[in-house]
Design a protein around this ligand. Sequence first.
Ligand code: ATP
Ligand code: MG
Length: 255
Amino acid sequence: MTRRKQVYEGEAKVMFEGPEPGTLVQYFKDDATAFNAQKRGTITGKGVINNRISEFLMTRLAEIGIPTHFVRRLNMREQLVRQVEIIPIEVVVRNVVAGSLAQRLGMAEGTALPRSIVEYYYKSDKLGDPMVSEEHITCFGWASTHDLDDIMQMSLRINDFLSGLFLGIGIKLIDFKLEFGRLYDEHDQMRIVLADEISPDNCRLWDVKTNEKLDKDRFRRDLGKVEEAYQEVARRLGILPEMAAGDVKGTPTVQ
Ligand SMILES: Nc1ncnc2c1ncn2[C@@H]1O[C@H](COP(=O)(O)OP(=O)(O)OP(=O)(O)O)[C@@H](O)[C@H]1O
Ligand SMILES: [Mg+2]
């Protein structure tokens, strides 16, 4: 087995150099953090499930013409992606009041928004990912106005598509976080693609009938049945069957 060079280790994933230049291997861990890493824990089997869920959602999005970094899933915990220059902005799309929006503006969680809201946060662990406006993003050169137009359009399209997809399996898409990156082709043409992951780690997903939370809020708020919630989302998406129970415990990162 060839030794792989680790490029980055984050809270939820490890990025390794991929087999070809311009590719990365994204390894999904069971580690979970919340509140800017003040709370830490493990969600057994999360890495396996998020790898599958993100593969599934990125593939569906590619089918409707959203460019993504996803190439293919390699195994239970790893996927091959195109290496991109990450735009240091977390894009949050909201359909229903929850989380920090409820906190900051003193609104009741669960209130439907009259229209979807897109928010931007500057990716900086040191600063605790502060919320920023388009003005800050363009002023500091993190992205151009044109980049932001693309990002906003893609984010709203992703929201429309995913809201429908989840509704079809009895789940309300309350809000979610996206990351985008710059990908350059052989002619040095740049395009913005969806990167990172889409999973219950970065979406709020509520059961349509019961409003039961099926996402990382179960971990953040100590609601219990965390593993079960991730499994339930995967089960409803129809992507659990081949999961071998043996791997849910996870293998140590092979380097
Ligand atoms: N295609 C890609 N090319 C390069 N970097 C990527 C790509 N997809 C995701 N990343 C980056 O890899 C890291 C994934 O690791 P993880 O999600 O564990 O990070 P994190 O702990 O959430 O930290 P961060 O604050 O950087 O997101 C993130 O920093 C993400 O921006
Ligand atoms: Mg992350």
